[in-house]
Design a protein around this ligand. Structure first.
Ligand code: ARG
Length: 571
């Protein structure tokens, strides 16, 4: 569909009345196709051409040499309406899908690199439900960027350093737990969670514990080998569980360079800040002043010499630039951290890194759950009202499994499928609206098979797959009679398939997976309508219609994949 507008622009330019750039600016795609597939209002031309818009439209309609693939042009009340030839459209779109396959609508490599920092949880404890957002938005953006020709570096900036580990060490030793290798190897994140909770409880009665924890962390920072051994064990125990969940969700990373990775890279950053005269003392701490940007100072070093979150982010940014030479570096992190990123980016600016402009915070809203009195609230990890991600996934899986047991108990591998539908449902619920909006999470509406949900779009894909399975053969372009694919239901579906490239591109430009989530919904609706209106198997048009089913399946499969949903084939 993309090239029709360019063809129209060329043909109109040839009339000598208007430039092709002007046409491209004016041309729109009307929602209601009774007025054509493209419309150009002629009103702004009235001044330069000194004629009534209605006359201009009529003259242009008469003069234009209609480009190939368009069936007619109409002048109506100052508008110029173009109609696509349906047979031409179905032939060109569907053959392109057959030849390009899953990468139909993607772009060639552009030689650019984008770093995407996502998920990046603080470890030492389990993933909470709210971690789903950064994980799935980042996962989808990394797939979308790849489809747009970028080389993508997927980075998990684990929070694996900081006082939290001091707390764990203090509590572990206080409870006299064994520190032999075998016990440490077998440690689980659940045990760490318990330690964490007991620390919080104990420190309320004994505030000095907080100081002990800070001291323990300083000792760890100074390289104490026993503390380091404990820290490594805590880190490994959390990572094991983290990987299990990422695997289950189909999420992966190219680099697990957490905060601890930057410890030994920090002295060089401090030297550079000092050399550039950017470090100032404020209440015993080293800071970079950011008054000129109307920002509070960026804290670099505490009075006891220990470094901070921002210091490690500075080191990480410099490292990423050097290592990956990115064109763009995204941080998929909740809106609450905007100030932090502004401070880090502006500190880089003061350091003279002109590439600071390519550092982008990709913020998103929070997940809200309804409390008993009906209020929508945010769960808090600290007070224990946040659900664990694994519990939510398990619960979703159970609910879907109960549904399968009722509708299709013989389904092979039904536990796995139930889990994949469950995870996809949670993901879709997260991605379907603009990312800055808060997500209201409600079990019934997220898991429903009707409405704007994951199960609904997966089901559309499953129906296409099931027709292909029942047919038992694959149709090739040579066998298709494209004049059989021109009725309204087929045409509406084909028009949508034609827009894949445009949607994949705008999802990337806007850095918004929701663009593709909405596209998946439109595709599902059009596919359902086509299957409902145009019988495929056993009809006189079987081969042609099956070809459209194959094409739609191929587009759906890839769109689901770009969203990070499982494109399952049976349910
Ligand atoms: N670990 C942080 C948190 O859970 C998020 C890290 C985001 N990435 C970064 N480079 N700061 O809040």
């Amino acid at each position: 569909m993309n090239s029709f507008d360019k063809e129209i622009a060329k043909a109109l330019e040839a009339t000598g009345f208007i430039s092709s750039e002007e046409v491209l600016k004016l041309l729109t795609v009307p929602q209601d196709t009774t007025h054509g597939n493209f419309t150009m209002p002629c009103f702004v031309l009235a001044k330069t051409l000194r004629k009534a818009p209605k006359i201009i439209a009529e003259e242009l309609a008469e003069k234009i040499q209609l480009p190939f693939g368009l069936s007619k042009v109409e002048a109506v009340n100052g508008y110029l309406n173009f109609f696509i030839d349906r047979e031409f459209l179905s032939r060109s779109v569907l053959s392109e899908i057959e030849s390009k396959g899953l990468s139909y609508g993607h772009k060639e490599s552009n030689g650019k690199t984008v770093c995407i920092d996502y998920s990046s949880p603080n470890i030492g404890k389990e993933l909470a439900f709210h971690h789903l957002r950064s994980t799935m938005i980042g996962n989808s953006l990394s797939r979308i960027y790849k489809a747009n020709g970028y080389c993508v570096e997927r980075i998990n900036h684990l929070g694996d350093w900081g006082t939290a580990f001091g707390k764990l060490i203090v509590m572990y030793l206080r409870e006299n737990l064994p520190t032999d290798d075998v016990t440490l190897d077998a440690l689980t994140v659940k045990e760490l969670n318990v330690l964490y909770a007991s620390f919080s409880k104990a420190s309320k009665e004994e505030p000095a514990l907080e100081d002990e924890a800070r001291a323990a962390f300083t000792k760890l920072e100074e390289g104490d080998s026993f503390y380091r051994k404990l820290w490594l064990a805590f880190r490994a125990a959390t990572l094991k569980e983290l990987m299990r969940i990422y695997d289950m969700m189909g999420v992966s990373f190219d680099h697990y360079t957490g905060e601890s990775f930057f410890e030994d890279k920090i002295p060089a950053v401090l030297d550079e800040l000092r050399e550039k005269n950017l470090l100032e003392k404020s209440q015993e701490r080293d800071v970079v002043m950011l008054d000129e940007f109307d920002l509070p100072p960026c804290l670099i070093r505490k009075s006891d010499g220990s470094t901070l979150y921002a210091t490690r982010d500075l080191a990480a940014a410099l490292y990423r630039k050097k290592e990956y030479d990115f064109n763009r570096c995204l941080y998929v992190v909740d809106l609450g951290q905007s100030l932090h990123f502004k401070q880090v980016f502006h500190t880089l600016k003061k350091m003279g890194c002109d590439w600071y402009e390519n550092m982008v915070h990709i913020p998103f809203g929070v997940i809200l759950q309804q409390s008993e009195d009906g209020k929508w609230e945010k769960g808090k990890t600290r007070t224990g009202t946040a659900s664990l991600l694994r519990d939510v996934i398990e619960a979703a899986e159970k609910k879907i499994l109960a549904y399968i047991d009722e509708k299709n108990p013989e389904l092979p591998e039904k536990e796995l499928i139930a889990r994949q539908i469950g995870i996809s449902a949670l993901t879709f619920n997260d991605l379907k609206n603009r990312r800055l909006m808060d997500v209201k999470f409600d079990w019934d509406s997220a898991l429903s098979f009707d409405g704007a949900t994951g199960p609904y779009v997966q089901n559309a894909h499953v129906r296409l797959c099931s027709i292909m399975r029942k047919a038992g053969y694959v149709v090739k372009q040579e066998e298709v009679d494209f004049s059989q694919l021109t009725d309204d239901a087929a045409y509406e579906l084909i028009k949508l398939l034609a827009r894949k490239g445009e949607r994949v591109e705008s999802a990337c430009e806007m850095e918004e997976p929701s663009v593709l989530a909405q596209y998946a919904l439109e595709l599902s609706e059009a596919a359902h309508r086509f299957i409902h209106n145009d019988r495929v198997l056993g009809s006189a048009e079987e081969k042609s219609r099956l070809y459209l089913v194959q094409s739609a399946q191929c587009v759906m499969e890839n769109v689901l994949d770009l969203l990070g949903l499982f494109p399952i084939r049976q349910m």
